[in-house]
Design a binder for this molecule. Structure first.
Ligand SMILES: [Zn+2]
Length: 294
């Protein structure tokens, strides 16, 4: 991956503004891009230049002596974090796609009372958090609700559909572009129908394609993530990409042009934020078509 992702920029800004999330969800992207961005997040949490010594804190808050706006990548914490060898970073992952057993979660959490050995805090990473079962997520929830001092949690997953709403309400989420999430047939089908209607500028078609969402918020959210993938495929197509993961939809949507596709992607993202905050699905559903054609 090249350059700093929007997720990193947003996370660094949050730290610099003194908003210090103790539980972060990093979703979307590929497994590799998630891991790479996670290492940058961890470096930011631990970097010496982003964590000025206590004596400087007042100055730093007054803006006279600001800490750096990104991890330096050179201090010992950055170097170890970026190589995944920092002793204050614990990683729990699934075994070859199997569920993560609750005992493994408990074993990880048991270490959260241990003091950091080198850095100012410890970071607990759960890779493939979507492989946590309900028990595991509930065990984790207790710890996220009242995090021990100097502990941060970082959950990585392709998409949030397997995570409990109680977990989602307590994490600060950052999204990477694209995803290797495997969408359910229902969500993929709904996204294809919406994409086809969009390609034909058919507002009623979009409304009809969203009819199944009235009672299923997770399906709506998943379908919008699938739709974003189709829109991105269309955008790639307009920039001349030959090989597409979504050839048909990419082909159809490309006819809308890159400007319209970019607007549509932004609209879907704003809808996603509305959906997070709003429980009235019937109302949201009618807003989908209206938003995309306004
Ligand atoms: Zn550093």
């Amino acid at each position: 991956m090249s350059g700093i992702t929007a997720a990193e920029t947003a996370f660094y800004r949050s730290l610099r503004n003194g908003r210090f999330p103790h539980a972060v969800l990093l979703e979307g992207g590929s497994a590799d891009s998630r891991r790479e961005t996670a290492a940058s997040f961890i470096a930011a949490w631990l970097c010496e230049s982003m964590n000025p010594p206590a004596a400087d804190e007042a100055l730093s808050l007054s803006g006279k002596l600001p800490g750096e706006s990104a991890p330096c990548t050179l201090c010992k914490h950055c170097r170890k974090a970026l190589q995944w060898i920092h002793p204050d970073v614990m990683v729990l992952t699934d075994e070859e796609g199997k569920q993560i057993p609750v005992d493994a979660v408990r074993a990880l959490l048991a270490q959260s009372i241990v003091k950091p050995s080198e850095a100012a805090r410890r970071v607990f990473v759960i890779e493939n958090a979507h492989k946590l079962n309900q028990q595991g997520q509930n065990a984790l929830l207790k710890c996220i609700e009242e995090p021990p001092p100097a502990v941060c949690f970082l959950l990585l997953c392709p998409g949030r559909k397997e995570l409990l709403p109680t977990i989602l309400s307590r994490v600060t989420a950052y999204a990477l572009p694209g995803t290797d999430e495997e969408f359910s047939a229902e969500a993929a089908d709904a996204a294809q129908k919406i994409a086809a209607a969009l390609a034909q500028n058919d507002e009623w078609g979009v409304l009809a394609a969203t009819a199944t969402f009235d009672k299923a918020k997770p399906l709506l959210q998943e379908s919008l993530r699938a739709l974003k993938e189709l829109l991105r495929a269309g955008l790639l197509r307009t920039s001349g990409a030959e090989e597409l993961a979504q050839p048909l939809a990419g082909e159809q949507l490309a006819g809308l042009g890159s400007g319209r596709l970019t607007v549509l992607l932004e609209r879907v993202q704003s809808l996603e934020r509305d959906i997070e905050r709003n429980a009235n699905l019937a109302l949201l559903r009618t807003r989908i078509a209206a938003t995309m054609f306004s």
